[in-house]
Design a protein around this ligand. Structure first.
Ligand code: PHE
Length: 339
């Protein structure tokens, strides 16, 4: 028996005896690998006398081919056997607990936004989206806040580079004008979204926060309609009726304008949430100013409206007893996985 025949026989025997794909891989490496036995054989060829080299080369190749074939046949057999075993149930334990998958959850702001969208949609409101980079016109001018109006100071504004016409919206109120431009009255809309202010941050202020604008335009709108809608809103948020009160509040785009307070839902005699007053400041609102209706292309003699601006970030803090608004957008999983 020549060396080659012996080597082939040995390889075939080992391949035949292997009982797993891993074992087969080992054998393949032993014979066909970079430093395997075949490589050894090929390395010897240049040391042979010139006239023997072609034959030796051919034989080495034939040997290699034969081993490759044996390995392939065996690999197919083993794979087939593995599938058959799986199908028959061997090696599968149905009582093992499944691997734990990590599940994400919705951000608390997304949760409250979706709840309020459902609530308002059930009352016939449409949900609007507005641009976060806004024109000065929509953020201020059309909302009865002309250039040099002192109310601009309280909206510490991030201006975009350029001539100052583009800015990061400081509230969701620009959606009021955009809504008037795109809908025929009567209509009702809400517009939740991000707002930005260039302020020093602390536990109750962040440069980025969420609001939800509400706007209803119809004939003969009065403060009674506003109060009715706000009571429904409160019921949706706190799941019960809360006493409310209106204090005068100044916003150039509403007249009259109010700050709406609700009885503290967390206590009867004063607690840390209501700062011992039993009232919590909930949202600013009011009847749409005639100048704003005009800017939106509506005749204030014919149409009226009410608007409100709900602070979603604050609402989420109230609901989950969160003591620092900056947690909301810090993207810390230790915070987020609690919801
Ligand atoms: N846009 C006002 C703000 O963010 C809030 C507001 C909205 C007031 C609607 C009245 C009516 O300060």
């Amino acid at each position: 028996m020549s060396d080659h025949t012996a080597l082939l026989a040995q390889a075939q025997e080992q391949v035949q005896a292997s009982d797993s794909l891993d074992a087969l891989k080992g054998i393949e490496r032993e014979y066909l690998g970079k430093e395997g036995r075949l490589a050894e054989l090929l390395a010897q060829i240049p040391t042979l006398p010139q006239d023997e080299r072609p034959t030796a080369g051919r034989e080495a190749n034939r040997l290699k081919q034969a081993i490759v074939e044996a390995v392939e046949v065996k690999r197919a057999e083993l794979a087939e056997a593995g599938i058959a075993a799986e199908r028959s149930g061997d090696g599968f334990d149905p009582t093992l607990p499944p691997p734990r998958t990590e599940r994400g959850s919705l951000h608390p702001i997304t949760q409250v936004t979706r709840e309020l969208e459902d609530l308002f949609q059930s009352m016939g409101y449409s949900v609007l989206d507005g641009p976060e980079v806004e024109l000065d016109y929509y953020n201020f001018e059309a909302l009865n806040v002309p250039a040099d109006h002192p109310a601009r100071d309280s909206h510490d504004t991030f201006f975009c580079e350029g001539d100052g016409h583009l800015l990061m919206r400081t509230h969701t109120s620009p959606s009021q004008i955009r809504a008037m431009e795109s809908f025929e009255p009567p209509f009702r809309v809400i517009a939740p979204g991000k707002c930005f202010r260039h302020e020093t941050t602390d536990a109750s202020h962040d440069h980025t926060f969420h609001q939800m604008e509400g706007l209803v335009v119809d004939r003969e709108i009065s403060v009674a309609h506003l109060i009715g809608a706000m009571k429904t809103l409160l019921r949706g948020i706190f799941h019960r009726d809360l006493e409310i009160r209106l204090r005068p509040g100044f916003f150039p785009f509403v007249e009259p304008g109010f700050e709406l307070d609700a009885r503290c839902p967390f206590c009867e005699n004063g607690c840390s949430v209501c700062k011992k007053t039993t009232w919590i400041e909930l949202l600013p609102c009011g009847l749409v100013h005639p100048n704003v209706l005009r800017a939106g292309g509506l005749d204030p003699e014919e149409w009226g409206g009410f608007a409100f601006g709900l602070g979603l970030s604050r609402l989420v803090m109230l609901r989950h007893d969160i003591d620092d608004v900056r947690h909301l957008l810090a993207n810390d999983v230790r915070f987020l996985e609690q919801f």
